[in-house]
Design a binder for this molecule. Structure first.
Ligand SMILES: Cc1cc2nc3c(=O)[nH]c(=O)nc-3n(C[C@H](O)[C@H](O)[C@H](O)COP(=O)(O)OP(=O)(O)OC[C@H]3O[C@@H](n4cnc5c(N)ncnc54)[C@H](O)[C@@H]3O)c2cc1C
Length: 415
């Protein structure tokens, strides 16, 4: 047998390189988060968050985050027999991530078990998970925001709420009635207007006759519809009375696929583990949510919660960038000193640490406003960590030098 020659060690030994940042506790090592959680009324959750932090920092969960992004979703428009399915295949790690998020109540925990500090505890777990995988946070957030909007429709809430509040993530593509837990997405944005939802041209007509009383037919195109494997969507469409909000399930009550057709996946810069789609509604069956013609206030009820998550998710990404930068500069030496001890690098790291601490404190304060239902603070403050995240990620990128551009985990911070 021919001996296998050593490949790298034949030419050089690998020296002065950091090792992977893994098997650490993402909560124990995040003092600003611990303090903010205690200050904002969720001190009771410290032990629970400590256990979640150990999971999120483990090599196993970091690897799930990597795999969910390294193997992006695959569109399966048809089954092998030619039947239209509009289905998406995900890597198993994507499902693991959603299982962790739903299992820990990051979608509907504060609604299922309301108590002072519930939104803060959930936000802290969400911040930590954002350090390892962000695409799966998208349906998690939309499900979180959908609960208050759906409470307007007792007939729907009766059937859907127990499964929304469940901690069971059920990955199967089958009617919601047969599932243990469900998730909700949203379809608002159209080509001609995203922020300005009033520009929607998708229309809805009431179904006449006795066949499906109270239902509507939705027809039109949505330019962004993320997480298409959610079980139902809040969709905006025009009626004779103006823009209205509808609940559109993937399956109709008689067990048929609802008429929702995926056109293609979005080719996005970030959010790659998630399957952002362009979707067409072909007379899809839906139910009115809220008052006809009052679609904007109804979807804003969901939107205000998604804005909180823009802030806390960005805080998690900022924290991930800082952790990577601190870790690398603590192990890599240049010009006779560890990088973290070089005066200019210290300045950069200290600036970043301050930004992250501020974003952490602000995010947890915002989450407390959701506990207290203080709408004034909730709406205005959310964009700040979001903007800060983009600036800080750019700062953190040069710290690991060339390696920073080559590591999958760091590339994800930049997307
Ligand atoms: C990863 C990803 C996932 C998404 N998933 C979904 C989804 O699941 N469902 C869905 O419905 N949508 C989704 N969207 C779409 C998103 O909601 C829209 O992109 C967003 O609402 C902005 O709309 P727009 O892209 O049309 O930008 P525009 O509305 O054209 O805005 C362009 C720019 O102008 C700014 N702007 C707009 N109005 C004003 C104003 N009055 N004053 C000053 N500045 C203004 C905006 O802040 C923005 O910077 C997703 C987007 C992304 C990137």
């Amino acid at each position: 047998m021919i001996p296998t020659p050593p490949i790298m060690t034949a030419t050089h030994e690998v020296l002065n390189q950091a090792r992977a940042l893994e098997n650490y506790n993402a909560y124990a090592s995040n003092l600003p988060l611990q303090e903010a959680v205690a200050q904002q009324g969720a001190g009771w959750a410290q032990d629970w968050l400590m256990a979640r932090g150990a999971e999120v920092g483990s090599a196993e969960w970091i690897e799930h985050g990597r795999l969910a992004n390294a193997f992006p979703p695959v569109l399966k428009l048809f089954d092998r027999y030619g039947n239209r399915r509009d289905e998406v295949d995900f890597h198993p790690s994507w499902h693991e991530c959603l299982g962790w998020l739903k299992g820990n109540g990051c979608d509907t925990g504060p609604w299922a078990e309301p108590k002072p500090g519930a939104h803060v505890a959930r936000a802290a777990a969400y911040v930590m998970f954002a350090e390892i995988e962000c695409g799966s946070l998208c349906p998690t957030t939309m499900t979180y925001g959908a609960v208050p909007a759906l409470r307007h429709v007792p007939e729907l809430a009766r059937e859907w709420m127990p499964k929304l509040l469940s901690r069971d993530y059920d990955r199967r593509f089958i009617p919601a009635a047969e599932k243990a837990g469900v998730m909700i997405g949203m379809g608002l944005t159209e080509k001609q207007g995203g922020s300005d939802v009033r520009a929607n041209t998708t229309r809805a007509e009431a179904n006449g006759g006795d066949a499906n009383p109270g239902t509507w037919r939705i027809t039109g195109h949505k330019w962004f519809l993320s997480a298409p494997m959610c079980d139902a969507f809040l969709v905006t469409a025009q009626t004779a009375k103006g823009l209205s909000c509808f609940f559109v399930p993937r399956w109709t009550p008689d067990g048929r696929l609802n008429e929702m057709r995926i056109q293609r996946f979005k080719d996005k810069m970030g959010d790659r583990s998630n399957a952002g789609t362009e979707m067409e509604f072909w007379g899809s069956m839906g139910w009115l949510v809220g008052e006809e013609g009052r679609g904007i206030p109804t979807v804003l009820e969901m939107g205000v919660y998604t804005r909180l998550d823009c802030a806390i998710g960005s805080t998690g990404i900022m924290r991930a960038a800082l952790s990577q930068a601190m870790h690398h500069t603590s192990l890599r030496a240049a010009f006779g000193k560890l990088l973290k001890d070089q005066p200019l690098m210290r300045n950069v790291l200290a600036d970043m640490a301050l930004e992250v601490e501020a974003a952490t404190a602000l995010s947890m304060r915002l989450a407390r406003a959701f506990d207290a239902q203080d709408g004034r603070i909730r709406i205005t403050a959310a964009p700040h960590p979001h903007a800060g995240g983009e600036i800080l990620d750019l700062q953190a990128l040069p710290d690991p030098g060339g390696r920073g551009h080559g590591s999958a985990r760091r590339q994800r911070l930049r997307r």
